[in-house]
Design a protein around this ligand. Structure first.
Ligand SMILES: C[S@@+](CC[C@H](N)C(=O)[O-])C[C@H]1O[C@@H](n2cnc3c(N)ncnc32)[C@H](O)[C@@H]1O
Length: 362
């Protein structure tokens, strides 16, 4: 892939390295990082190296009567942001709308003045939620300007944010459809709550986890379930599922997603992983056959209470976006378990970030 922002934008730090080489390099890095564990061959799972991001955030740079998208500078250039002409990692729907949208905003001083950031969220049908974040007082009068914008971009719903306030035109969510191994799953994905950034890799991650869940006996507990991204397809592999997550809005979406996918064996709960782990001694899990757990924590990995709880299950499916905290957690979890599979999912081409999947069995 080539991009006119390569070498200027601080996001794609691996811009000089051909994509195939990046994959080899990251695999080697993981092999070395996890060399103190007995891991099988690392399975490398990748997708396209361009137009892969289904969500993206850009700062806005104003100069005279022009406005530009901006990204943080490369580390070597110091702090701050620089204007960019294009971003090739965002998916086609976002890429195609970026320039014409900003041109329209430029023409309207009310929409342009003190516009600080623009966020994009897309689905596979090419529908979008665009969030405009302001550093000024915004009131309902902005509705007229958004209405005009919507006439030009009917496939976009707009959310306006400024400190403590939010205006939604007309909705703040999309319905995403994912084809996992030939079956379509539907998801409500809500603006400003977590959704997997790389749609193609997400589908492959779900398929991978589902493959390893196949044949497991007992019920499933899931921590950090988000909008039910893994929960819904994996619930087909188990009799009963309890899935938890700290963000109530994500749990609301997950509950809705279970309904539209006709899954009736899942109980969702909005609580932190640590709080949920404490229920272990309360008799709450009576009636559940607690053998399997799926975890997909944020970069910080597992806290002490959750790690202790997870360590009581026979089978663990660990999806991680941070190999360092994964390594720390495996020091506990791999002590009495075999690492049956280790996958590297390249969710973030051109960056040093690495997403991994690990299957552990007692
Ligand atoms: C990497 S995301 C994974 C979400 C989901 N599994 C998916 O595939 O979309 C991590 C999730 O953990 C949630 N989270 C963050 N801290 C948490 C905590 N302490 N306890 C429970 N959930 C937490 C976030 O809200 C987020 O939805």
């Amino acid at each position: 892939m080539t991009c006119s922002s390569f070498g200027k934008c601080g996001s794609c730090v691996l811009w000089e390295i051909p994509y195939k080489k990046q994959l080899e390099m990251k695999k080697e890095r993981l092999k070395e990082m996890f060399s103190d564990f007995d891991i099988p061959e690392i399975e490398v799972i990748h997708g396209s190296d361009e137009h892969f991001r289904a969500r993206a955030e850009f700062r806005v740079w104003h100069e005279d009567d022009r406005s530009y998208y901006a990204m943080r500078k490369r580390k070597e250039e110091g702090r701050g942001v620089i204007p960019i002409e294009e971003c090739k990692i965002v998916d086609k729907a976002i890429y195609e709308v970026m320039e014409p949208l900003l041109k329209e905003i430029e023409k309207n001083e009310n929409l342009r003045f003190k516009l600080y950031e623009i966020n994009f969220l897309s689905n596979s049908k090419g529908e979008l939620i665009v969030t405009l974040i302001y550093h000024k007082k915004v009131d309902e009068s902005i509705a007229e300007d958004i209405k005009k914008l919507k006439e030009k971009f009917p496939h976009i719903d707009f959310v306006i944010r400024r400190k403590g306030r939010k205006y939604v035109f007309d909705k703040n969510y999309l319905i995403e459809e994912l084809d996992i191994d030939g079956k379509i799953y539907k998801y409500k994905i809500i603006e400003n709550t977590f959704s997997q950034p790389n749609r193609e890799i997400n589908k492959k991650m779900i398929s991978w986890a589902k493959r390893w869940a196949d044949g497991l006996k007992g019920d499933l507990v899931e921590l950090y379930c988000g909008n039910g991204n893994f929960t819904i397809p994996l619930s087909e592999n188990f009799k009963k599922v309890i899935a938890t997550e700290i963000n109530p809005e994500s749990i609301e979406a997950a509950t809705f997603n279970a309904e539209i996918n006709k899954r009736d064996n899942i109980s969702f709960m909005a609580m932190s992983a640590a709080e949920f782990s404490e229920l272990k001694n309360s008799g709450f899990f009576k009636g559940y056959d607690l053998k399997n757990v799926l975890i997909d924590p944020p970069r910080a990995g597992l806290d002490d209470k959750s790690r202790k709880f997870v360590n009581e299950f026979d089978n663990i499916i660990y999806i991680s976006c941070n190999p360092e905290t994964l390594h720390r957690d495996l020091k506990t979890l791999a002590k009495n378990r075999k690492i049956k599979a280790f996958a590297f999912f390249d969710q973030f081409p051109y960056t040093n970030h690495m997403e991994c999947g690990v299957i552990l069995e007692k």
